[in-house]
Each structure stands twice: as structure tokens, then as C-alpha cells.
Design a protein around this ligand. Structure first.
Ligand SMILES: Nc1ncnc2c1ncn2[C@@H]1O[C@H](COP(=O)(O)OP(=O)(O)O)[C@@H](O)[C@H]1O
Ligand SMILES: [Mg+2]
Length: 414
């Protein structure tokens, strides 16, 4: 009940209402009813209200959900600052973020809906490496068959492959919002990651490619067969997951390849007899990814597939999408905000920017180094690679490495 200003005014121990509204980008909605906020606005409001209080211990339960990558980094920076003087506990699925903001991590393992076990606190680097490895040595527990591997050098775009689709400069004007996408091409077998702040037209671009909406100007190859997973999935289907998947893709569902490569890692087996209408957000997401990958298409468009998934499911989904594209020689375009997900899934990168809500500009695809560099520069963070797991780690702001890499313009790899 009430408007944003009311909640922010309740506790101003550590920040004034004006400061909080500015810091959390809530100025535009300060007099709006809380029940009318978007997911991202509501998340920023709750984090703000928590940070404004003076307390001994602070708890943040999944603070990155609904936030774009820029807002995630900003919130992570604020929580990290808070943790210098206070005790802070954070539950989080975005591993790059967790790695950045935590000192110690308790890995929790278990079985969905059955039990959960908290393990001892480990130093953050060790905890995440152990987690990616899928094996907890002290507990002697394996919770994933395959370790997650990152490459220690940027993938090289294969210059010999031909383009699957080329697009001219695209333009779409909604009245209040205008999108301009610079000309680009997607190669056969290439998976393109798409990053950018919210409301810069990523979804609009993907919808144009999917043929859901038409660009005002700019041509597209329309003979292309497209499979599309929308950002917002609504469970309208009246029947079970089995009915849904078998009615659209009987042959794929029956093939051994699809079973090992998709159904198994996404744990679809456990969902087959559930009603689509009764699925949780994460279950629905897994089904939607499966339904998209089960279609015969030239290009697979997935808009925010990591939303509602936990970190283990994200890792599994990223690997699944990547393997499907590689083994079938198909192309993909994936919009996401999770940096590990993007790093695992992408061969190249499109970067969206501009002025959120007013004017979006899409550029690329660039090779990973160029694309990541552009994007990381915009969020003002640098990555190094972990010596053991090769996973990207956010450098401490203003550390020696951070300054060195910024100086060289190498934000992605040292
Ligand atoms: N059909 C539409 N009519 C008017 N405005 C729209 C429409 N679809 C999207 N927009 C606006 O266009 C902007 C970009 O939206 P979207 O493509 O969903 O961005 P993103 O996926 O990057 O968050 C937003 O400000 C949104 O409100
Ligand atoms: Mg979107």
C-alpha cells in the first residue's frame, strides 16, 4: 500500500529520500503506487529501503532478480560498501555478482522440494570453483555430473563460415521510444549474446527478427525459419508439459540426441506430468527453453533464458544451448543479464545502449573481445580469469589489475 516516497520515508537513518531516489533511479516513479511498479523498480525500491535502515545485520534475498546488468553491478557495489562496516548475508544466483560482493560463501545443495543442506563457509574463490566443479570434497558430495569449464582465451570467430542472416540498418519508432540497429550479420553455427540496459530495445529487436513485429525501415531475409522464446512466458496451455512438448515436436522429443542433450540437463523428466498452468517460474522457463530448442529452425532466439533459474540451472541451460547450436550447426541469439551465462553461451556479442526508454542503439555482432570490451567499459568493470577454473572474475575497483587493464583498454581479458 502507498507510494514509493512513503516507503522510502519510513527509515532515513543512512540516506535521505532524495539520495535514495537518485541512487536507485527511482526519481521518475517517486509518487507512483507501489502496486504499479515493474519488477525491476520494485527490486530497487526494496534494496533501497533495506540499505536506508541502520541495523547490525542485513539480509538480501536474490537482489539481482529483475535487474539489468548495469543495475546489478550498481546494487552489488552498494552492498559491498555496506559490508565493510556491517554484517551482510546475500542469497544470489548470479555467480559473477556473488564473486564480486562476498567474502565467504556457503554452498547449499539438495533436492528440489525435498531437502537442502548448508555447507560450511568457504572463501569466495574456492566456494565458486568447487561449485562449478560440481563436487564438494570435504562433504564428499557430487551434485553435477560434469564440471563447468570456461575457456582461458576468447573464442576465435571462424572467418570462413558464411552468413546465415544479414540485416540492414533497422529502425523502429513506437512514438515515445525509437530503436536504431546498425547493420550486422549472424554466421552459420554462431551464437550471439545480446547485452544492454533495460528498455534499450533488445526485446524489440529480437521480435523484429522473429517476425512478431515489423521494422519501419530495414530489410530482413524472411525465408529464415525462426524459433523464438519470448522474455515473458505466459502459461496459457491447458494440459501437461508432456502434451505441450509432444504436440509441437514429437520426433525431437523421441530422439536420443534431444533426450541426452536437452531433456536430461534441463531435468524435464520430472515436469512431464505436471500441468503447464501449475509450473513455477523456473520450471516454466526450462519448459520454454526446451520448446524453443525442439523446433526445426535456422536460428534460435532466446530472450532472457536465465531469469527465474538458480545458478546450477543457469549453468546447465547455458551449456545445453551452446551444445545444441554446435552439434546441429544452427545459429542462436541470446539476450541475457547474467555475465557467466553470456560468457559460456556466446561466440560473439551485440551491445545495446542509448537512452533507456527513449532511444535505443544496437551494434554488432562483434567478436567476444570487442563486444565484451565495449560493454564492460560502459559498466566500468574489468575481468580477469581465475587461474584454476578460467572463469571471469570482476577485478576489485581501482586495484592494480583494474587500473592496468583500463589503461590498456583490455576490460575482458588481461
Ligand atoms: N508495442 C510497443 N509500443 C510502445 N512502446 C513499446 C512497445 N514495445 C516496447 N515499447 C517500449 O520500447 C522500449 C524498449 O523496450 P524493449 O524492447 O522491451 O527493451 P529491452 O528488452 O531492452 O528491455 C521500452 O521503453 C518499452 O516501453
Ligand atoms: Mg527485454
Amino acid at each position: 500500500n502507498g507510494v514509493v516516497r512513503d516507503l522510502l520515508s519510513k527509515n532515513t537513518d543512512r540516506m535521505t529520500v532524495e539520495e535514495a531516489a537518485k541512487t536507485f533511479d527511482l526519481e521518475q516513479v517517486i509518487d507512483r503506487d507501489i502496486s504499479k511498479l515493474s519488477g525491476g523498480e520494485l527490486q530497487r525500491l526494496s534494496v533501497a529501503a533495506t540499505l536506508m535502515k541502520d541495523a547490525d545485520v542485513y539480509f538480501f534475498d536474490e537482489p539481482s532478480s529483475y535487474l539489468d546488468i548495469y543495475q546489478r553491478v550498481k546494487v552489488a557495489r552498494l552492498i559491498k560498501e555496506l559490508s565493510i562496516e556491517k554484517e551482510v548475508v546475500v542469497i544470489e544466483h548470479d555467480l559473477a555478482l556473488l564473486d564480486f560482493l562476498a567474502d565467504n560463501v556457503n554452498v547449499v545443495y539438495g533436492s528440489e522440494g525435498a531437502y537442502g543442506v548448508f555447507t560450511m563457509a568457504r572463501q569466495v574463490r574456492t566456494a565458486i570453483n568447487v561449485y562449478l566443479d560440481g563436487y564438494l570434497p570435504e562433504e564428499n558430495i557430487r551434485f553435477r555430473d560434469r564440471p563447468v569449464e570456461f575457456t582461458d582465451s576468447p573464442p576465435r570467430a571462424d572467418i570462413n563460415t558464411v552468413s546465415l542472416v544479414k540485416f540492414d540498418a533497422l529502425e523502429k519508432d513506437f512514438g515515445g521510444f525509437k530503436l536504431n540497429v546498425e547493420p550486422g550479420a549472424v554466421k552459420i553455427g554462431e551464437t550471439v549474446g545480446i547485452v544492454g540496459p533495460n528498455a534499450t530495445g533488445k526485446t524489440t529487436f529480437v521480435k523484429i527478427l522473429a517476425g512478431e513485429i515489423e521494422a519501419d525501415s530495414g530489410k530482413l531475409d524472411t525465408k529464415l525459419k525462426v524459433a523464438y522464446k519470448p522474455q515473458y512466458i505466459s502459461p496459457e496451455f491447458d494440459g501437461t508439459v508432456r502434451d505441450l512438448l509432444y504436440s509441437s515436436s514429437f520426433e525431437m522429443m523421441e530422439s536420443g540426441f534431444f533426450q541426452t542433450e536437452v531433456l536430461e540437463p534441463l531435468a524435464i523428466k520430472y515436469l512431464l506430468d505436471k500441468k503447464v498452468k501449475n509450473l513455477s517460474g523456473g520450471e516454466l522457463q526450462r519448459v520454454a527453453i526446451t520448446q524453443c530448442l525442439a523446433q526445426e529452425a535456422d536460428i534460435y532466439l532466446l530472450d532472457e533464458p536465465s531469469a527465474y533459474l538458480d545458478s546450477n540451472q543457469r549453468v546447465n541451460a547455458a551449456k545445453t544451448i551452446k551444445r545444441m547450436m554446435m552439434k546441429s550447426g544452427k545459429s542462436g541469439m541470446i539476450v541475457d543479464h547474467d555475465m557467466y551465462f553470456l560468457d559460456m553461451v556466446s561466440d560473439s556479442m551485440m551491445v545495446f545502449g542509448g537512452e533507456p526508454g527513449h532511444h535505443g542503439i544496437g551494434q554488432g555482432p562483434f567478436d567476444m573481445r570487442e563486444g565484451m570490451n565495449r560493454f564492460l567499459k560502459a559498466v566500468d568493470i574489468t575481468f580477469r580469469r581465475d587461474a584454476e577454473s578460467h572463469r571471469p572474475r570482476i577485478n576489485k575497483p581501482d586495484s592494480r589489475l583494474d587500473r592496468e587493464q583500463k589503461g590498456k583498454g583490455e576490460y575482458y581479458y588481461a
